[in-house]
Write a protein that binds this ligand. Structure first.
Ligand code: ADP
Ligand code: ASP
Ligand code: MG
Length: 274
């Protein structure tokens, strides 16, 4: 049975109506007979709000650190994803889909100790795989994991993309769909340059270059992970009608495929500008 990881970014879950819309995207794939795990970001603006709250707090006075305690920063900012995952699980249940939320520590998604900018080291996907086999959808919090000190760690801003790709690799998913507020990867940011063209495919290497130069459509580390683990990754829009024609096309969904160079038949000299 094909296995999918679907990731929804902040604007895709910005309010209750959009969360219900996301649930319909998930339902489409479940109804098509796929095993589905979802990675979810905090509702739009939430992480910024939490970061601002943390920054309002006094800095640590210990001589060794002029900064606030990064472990508490992580405890604060990781909460946005916790809320979004619970809301989406309920939205799925309300349309008849067996779903449950998973916090990073519950899986666990193990990270290193670099609080605030942690790297994922390992994901134990066994229980999620078992439950997917029984038809349950896992709604996993993006952006967070469990550090060796047994405390919540976050992956750095935009980190839910990385959570999704890492999850896809751990679950041996056939595809990782990154749903966002644009309908694919463009030659340059379409919000800045209206003449930007949408790419149907882009190689891991070129996407890495664009992301490193600031195209925030994908976090750099997510592209690195997709490249290393050869995760077929699509960037696509959550704003389209979930049941519009072609949305459920398994081999050719609407959006941009990030893939191996060999898969790109028509090579372009310049792919994009970030
Ligand atoms: P999400 O909340 O879904 O993670 P982000 O805001 O992190 O979404 O990323 C999507 C945004 O990336 C788009 O709204 C777009 O403005 C921006 N972006 C920058 N460069 C590109 C590009 N080359 N192609 C598409 N989007 C881009
Ligand atoms: N919510 C986190 C952020 O805003 C992670 C993400 O959205 O990818 O950075
Ligand atoms: Mg993002």
């Amino acid at each position: 049975m094909p296995r999918l990881v679907m990731k929804f970014g902040g604007t895709s879950v910005a309010d209750i109506a959009r969360i219900h819309n996301v649930a319909r995207h998930v339902k489409r794939e479940v109804d098509a007979g796929h095993e589905v795990a979802v990675a979810v970001s905090a509702m739009a603006g939430k992480t910024n709000e939490l970061v601002a709250l943390a920054r309002e707090m006094p800095r640590a006075t210990v001589a060794s650190s002029p900064f606030f305690d990064a472990r508490e920063y992580d405890a604060i900012v990781a909460s946005g994803e916790q809320v979004a995952s619970g809301l989406l699980a309920i939205a799925l249940q309300s349309i008849g889909i067996d779903a449950r939320s998973w916090q990073g520590w519950q899986i666990p998604i193990r990270t290193d100790n670099a609080h605030g900018a942690a790297r994922i080291l390992e994901i134990d996907g066994s229980e999620i795989i078992r439950r997917m086999g029984l038809g349950q959808v896992a709604v996993v919090t993006g952006f967070q994991g469990l550090a060796p000190d047994n405390r919540i760690a976050t992956l750095g801003r935009g980190g839910s993309d990385t959570s999704a790709v890492a999850l896809a690799a751990a679950l041996k998913a056939d595809r990782c769909d990154i749903y966002t507020d644009v309908d694919g990867v463009y030659t340059t940011d379409p919000r800045i340059e209206p003449k930007a063209r949408r790419l149907s495919k882009i190689s891991f290497e070129e996407m890495l270059e664009m992301a490193s130069q600031g195209a925030k459509v994908l976090q750099v580390r997510s592209v690195e992970l997709a490249m290393v683990h050869k995760v077929r990754t699509f960037v696509r829009s959550s704003f389209e009608d979930p049941d519009a024609p072609g949305m459920g096309d398994f081999d050719n969904p609407p959006g941009t495929l990030i893939c191996d160079e060999e898969e790109i038949v028509e090579q372009q000299v310049v792919t994009g500008i970030a």
